[in-house]
Design a protein around this ligand. Structure first.
Ligand code: F6P
Length: 363
């Protein structure tokens, strides 16, 4: 009898709406069309090192299309090549990749599907170079992965941010206040640009365009003079002043990318209130942007990516992820992903459009 092919799915890094839709798409297609057996690795690379996994069946991936988070669990800290071990307050790092690969070999896999952002996919690439037949699916609300025009989760994050900013609009208007809404995005301004554009933000601040505080203050005052006695500022957590630094909320030492951003909204709020004399409040959207059900767009994108990756396994296109170019699905080398985040290009057409409707970028 022909031996069944076995594949495993791993989700790593921050969760993001649409991951379960990818898991469902990969598993359903692999099981029903390709007669494969599917295993879910628990908690990202933690599960690989500690050999924690479970069987995924057609039934237990049913009904998860609309579910936020990841049914497999995830970790933002685990890296088999630099695994953090904490004993009391002491933190050490160990290369446990040989153990992780041994655990994988025991599973007798045709392929390991890694669903993750640049960190997870970077590790996936190292595993590939060490002989693991890896394929990747790019995932992040930040939309900052090289080699793909869009990542699932981004559309949902933008929608959540827009809902928040719309609500802020009415209270800003009533109280004649400046309202600052800080959104996620790490070192890329995609979420701020898109949510700011969609909600009519008066000022949008992104990491790619360092701002000048005086220009922001002048814009707000000018609006006041013209009878617009409120202003909405959408600021990306990674935005910084010209010649200044990003605001770090905390350092997560165990993590490969230890910097956690956040707090720029409060810093700006105090400064703007002081310069303009106008009452200012700050709201941080934070992890709300990562939670809950994916939008229809993200469900569809996740389903397209998940089903395509099964074809990539069949074609033995290991060491690659599935990406989007215009509206087509393409195969992208995982090597490309490790070359840093995909930031907003300064000639992006949306920047030009929002400038034309009077939005200020603080420069
Ligand atoms: O990469 C996704 C993201 O939500 C970023 O936008 C944000 O900077 C970071 O993760 C937050 O990380 P954590 O979940 O560790 O607080």
């Amino acid at each position: 009898m022909k031996k069944k092919k076995r594949i495993a799915i791993l989700t790593g890094g921050g969760d993001c709406p649409g991951i379960n839709a990818v898991i469902r798409a990969v598993a359903k297609k692999a099981i029903s069309e390709k007669d494969m057996a599917v295993i879910g690795i628990k908690d990202g690379y933690v599960g690989l090192v500690h050999n924690r996994h479970r069987k995924l069946t057609y039934n237990n991936v049913s009904g998860i299309l609309t579910l936020g988070g990841t049914i497999l669990g995830t970790s933002k800290k685990a890296n088999p090549y630099r695994y953090a071990i904490k004993k009391g307050k002491k933190l050490t790092f160990k290369d446990l990749s040989t153990l992780a690969i041994k655990n994988l070999k025991r599973l007798d896999l045709t392929s390991l599907v890694c669903i993750g952002g640049d960190g997870t996919l970077g590790i996936a690439y190292r595993l590939f170079k060490d002989g693991v037949p890896v394929v990747g699916v790019p995932k992040t609300i930040d939309n900052d992965i090289r080699g793909t025009d869009i990542t699932f989760g981004f559309d949902t994050a933008v929608q959540i941010a827009v809902e928040g900013i719309d609500r802020i609009h009415s209270t800003a208007q009533s109280h004649h206040r400046i309202m600052i809404v800080e959104v996620m995005g790490h070192k890329a301004g995609w979420i701020a640009l898109y949510s700011g554009a969609a909600s009519g933000g008066d000022i949008i601040l992104v990491p790619e365009i360092p701002y000048n505080l005086d220009i922001i203050a002048e814009k707000v005052k000018e609006r006041h003079r013209k009878g617009k006695r409120f202003s909405i500022i959408v600021v990306s957590e990674g935005a910084k002043p010209k010649g200044g630094k990003i605001v770090i909320q905390r350092m997560v030492k165990e993590s490969a990318d230890p910097i956690r951003l956040g707090g720029i909204g409060f810093v700006l709020g105090e400064q703007i209130e002081e310069i303009t004399g106008l009452e200012t409040r700050t709201v941080v959207m934070g992890h709300l942007q990562r939670g809950g059900p994916p939008t229809p767009f993200d469900r569809i994108l996740a389903t397209r990516l998940g089903t395509r990756v099964v074809d990539m396994i069949e074609n033995k296109e290991f060491g690659h992820m599935v990406g989007v170019k215009k509206d087509s699905l393409i195969k992208v080398s995982l090597k490309k992903v490790s070359k840093g985040p995909r930031t907003v290009p300064l000639n992006h057409p949306l920047i030009k459009s929002v400038l034309s409707v009077g939005t200020c970028f603080g420069c």
